[in-house]
Design a protein. Sequence first.
Length: 391
Amino acid sequence: MPVSTSILEFKGVAKRYTLRQESAPVNGLLARLRSKPVEYFWALRDINFSVQAGQALGIIGHNGAGKSTLLKILSGITSPTEGIISLRGRMAGLLEVGSGFHPELTGRENIFLSGTILGMRRSEIHRKLEEIVDFAEIRPFIDIPVKRYSSGMYVRLGFSIAVHQQLDILLLDEVLAVGDHAFQRKCIERVQVLKNSGVTILFISHDLKAVEQTCARVLLLDKGRIIYDGLPSEAIQAYQRSRGSHFGVRRTQGPPPVEVQRVAFLTEQNQHTDHGTTGEPLHVELLFHAHAPMDNLAFHLLFYGPDGNLATDLNTRTELLSVPEGTAAIRFVCDPLCLPLGLYQVDTIIERVGASDPVEHVLGCAHLPVLSPQPVQGSFQQPCSWRLEQQ
């Protein structure tokens, strides 16, 4: 039988949790009559994958897909119910930058404290101390208590300590979203250096832009199973398809007088598409049904980015609308689309100006993967022209 060269392997891994329903304490026969059968929930089922040394593997999925459970198993917080995990080498989890810091200790003292918690030897910390300080860019403040640090200084120091360990596998969880943009880029570059030196990277994240920049291969989880294993750009599209049957969650009480039926994405040629591309046109169609005529309406499409923050609001507030009874559609034209790479959740709000509550409010009525042919720095890509002028 050939010997596997993988540094990490999951074979038939599954995790089951027991769900128990609370009831009032009773005794004897009555207790047995009221008892309910134990229910189980499988957070992971039949997980099979392997990772080669030096590979960067991204793991994505919507909330409840099983990412957190997989993370806990990888980091040793919990054990699988079924299956075998084979690990060859030393793995370190960078799950929360600054974990182990003591607020009363200085930055220098916390380097030794946190480094020890992460498994570094004291001689190793001494040898790498200056490099850690330089990477974190906090040399003038290294000998003051970290309770006086800004949040940016805090996370820079925590990340710097973690990525200067001797390890074979680095487990990341959302940590590349810390600090300012320049430091995020520096973190990604450092992870790339580690990967080039043979360190295997496992990156579990909602930040698809960081996953795209860091990983050449991505696993997509859905309902505890792997439904895609391949290129990051294709994983984003597969994510969208996996959510296609999920319309959203209505927040309005009772039947809405104007009801959202669908949000669709189309090209300039009026062809349906499952993604947008930064810098290219995209049409967004909001189909709705009015159960009675209404006036003074404003329609909103809210796009929330991978970080959960509102990226943009497409709306009709500049001209309040009156709609007759029946089905109609509003088409928003984005020419060009300025959103950068990432997966965006689309919420819909229909408001009647002057009313305290929305007419209709739907969370997650659509999800838009945005691809970027070129890297986009910042929150969005601003279209512009330029010319050179001699002064």
